[in-house]
Design a binder for this molecule. Structure first.
Ligand SMILES: Cc1cc2nc3c(=O)[nH]c(=O)nc-3n(C[C@H](O)[C@H](O)[C@H](O)COP(=O)(O)OP(=O)(O)OC[C@H]3O[C@@H](n4cnc5c(N)ncnc54)[C@H](O)[C@@H]3O)c2cc1C
Length: 469
């Protein structure tokens, strides 16, 4: 058995693979997340011979479901809107069924605000002296304010112009934008910095990217109201996509070097194996690409992008409850806290949509770093203990079932890419330019769509790039 076959082979019948091995590989795709898998499928459709190399022992990348936990909690990709044309098409091709999870997401007990250990319902929060928001926003929970302000005051008439290098004067921080909308430092801390959706804090995130995000969300809302996820867990989508690929999808192949020469590209893996092809498509997040040896090396604005593009810290704990303690104390299990407990999102993904199948607890930004520094077991024990302190009714009834840190995860080193102030105009337009025979895709390179839809958009762009090179 040659080096090329030492990794687990996910796709390809052995007879077909044996015949195909005689033919040189046209394109090596690095990464078996949705962008890499879709690129491989598109190139094969055009008759190219493709090999996929994936560092993890599974496909899917940031689509990651805990299939062994109740309700199949999603540690990664959650859901798509009705406007995810590419996502819905990929689901159809992969033979998975999309179901509307909106009522399970948005129904159920309402979130309550816990500040300094004190609990406030939405109505109490609107009238509380602790509420630092301007009068017009007092009725909003902390997690709702940033999205609402950007939706109302998006400066881009056409969100697809977000990465125009001419936007330099607009390339400010989210913090500067929120200040301009009249939010105080205390209000910004609660609305964003305590649990930032992107980056470490509002100072760390480009407002232009937030406006791109807002524009994309609006197109989704216009397309329809349903929130769609894969029946039985989102991980079934990339698993189905991988099965459609005729060439090998080799798992456990951590790429450490890419050498692009005049005649072809050589890819070296940590296990010593080497693969050669006419071209390479690299879908790796820049957070991991920056650790790989590249020949030739990146230069100029592209080098700056690979080295400095931001990746969110997000750590998720999944708790199960032996008894519904929220019925004992009569309070909501959905909690936004300023405590080291983070934010609790009850899950209702079991057979009965009214029953809570588990509690997803999220730590973002600096709190994720606090949990990560503790290590998995200690962090889970800490989360359970903080919950029991705030909610004595939970004592002895809650178990820390799983914990996953995206920042600590070797093959992502963060949740999702984000641009820091100044970075959109400094390099967003040029960061995915081909380097020799190496082409780049992945959610971070998307220009007109976000999240999983953006990852798929990038695979279409890169496939065309390769086919016309
Ligand atoms: C917690 C979370 C929630 C999300 N929620 C949503 C949502 O609700 N809606 C939405 O649209 N999007 C969501 N997303 C984003 C969506 O999941 C991503 O945009 C998409 O899955 C990214 O796909 P990708 O192929 O670009 O990258 P990845 O999925 O990261 O694929 C890259 C692949 O490269 C591999 N790799 C990395 N380094 C190496 C190496 N050195 N050698 C070999 N292989 C390597 C990785 O293992 C991975 O499989 C969410 C993401 C997360 C993490």
């Amino acid at each position: 058995m040659g080096m090329a076959a030492t990794g687990a082979v996910l796709a390809a019948g052995s007879a077909r693979a044996a015949i195909a091995r005689d033919k040189p590989i046209d394109v090596i795709v690095l990464g078996a997340g949705v962008s890499g898998l879709n690129t491989a499928a598109l190139l094969e459709k055009e008759g190219l011979k493709v090999l996929v190399l994936e560092g993890r022992q599974r496909v899917g990348g940031r689509v990651f479901t805990l299939l062994d936990q109740p309700g199949y909690p999603e540690m990664g990709f959650n859901s798509m809107g009705e406007g995810y044309g590419r996502g819905l098409d990929a689901a159809k091709r992969a033979g998975v069924e999309m179901v509307d999870v909106g009522p399970r997401f948005y129904g159920g007990p309402q979130q309550e605000v816990w500040l300094g250990g004190k609990r406030l319902t939405r109505e109490e929060w609107a009238r509380s002296p602790l509420n630092p928001f301007p009068d017009a926003l007092k009725g909003n929970l902390p997690g709702e304010v940033v999205g609402k302000l950007i939706a109302q005051h998006n400066r881009l008439a056409d969100f697809s112009t977000w990465n125009d290098p001419a936007n330099t004067a607009l390339d400010i921080s989210l913090n500067a934008f929120l200040k301009a909308q009249g939010l105080s430092d205390a209000a910004i801390r609660l609305a964003n910095d305590l649990s930032p959706y992107y980056g470490q804090s509002s100072f760390d995130v480009a407002q232009l990217m937030m406006e791109f995000n807002d524009g994309f969300i609006k197109t989704q809302m216009a397309a329809g109201k349903r929130t769609l996820a894969v029946r039985g867990g989102n991980l079934n989508l990339p698993i189905g996509m991988a099965k459609l690929i005729k060439g090998d999808v080799l798992l456990g192949k951590e790429v450490v070097a890419i050498d692009s020469q005049a005649a072809g590209v050589e890819v070296r893996c940590l296990d010593g194996s080497v693969y050669r092809a006419g071209r390479v498509v690299c879908s790796l997040p820049f957070s991991t690409l920056r650790t790989i040896s590249m020949t030739p090396g990146f230069s100029g604005a592209q080098a700056q992008a690979v080295q400095t593009l931001g990746y969110n810290a997000l750590t998720i704990a999944f708790l199960t409850a032996s008894e519904p303690f929220w019925l004992s104390d009569g309070l909501s299990p959905a909690m936004f806290t300023d405590d080291q407990l983070g934010t609790i999102l009850p899950q209702r993904f079991g057979a009965d949509p009214n029953q809570i199948s588990g509690l997803m607890v999220q730590a973002r930004g600096n709190l994720a770093a606090v949990w990560d520094a503790m290590g998995k077991e200690a962090a889970l024990a800490h989360v359970v203990s903080r919950l029991e302190t705030l909610r004595p009714a939970a004592k002895g009834k809650v178990k820390g079932a799983a914990l996953f840190s995206w920042a600590r995860e070797r093959f992502t080193l963060g949740q999702i890419a984000y641009f820091k102030p100044g970075q959109v105009t400094a390099f967003a337009k040029v960061m995915a330019a081909p380097l020799g025979r190496v082409h780049f895709c992945g959610e971070h390179t998307a220009e007109g769509a976000r999240g999983l839809e953006g990852a798929l958009e990038s695979s279409e762009r890169v496939a065309l790039e390769v086919l016309t090179a």
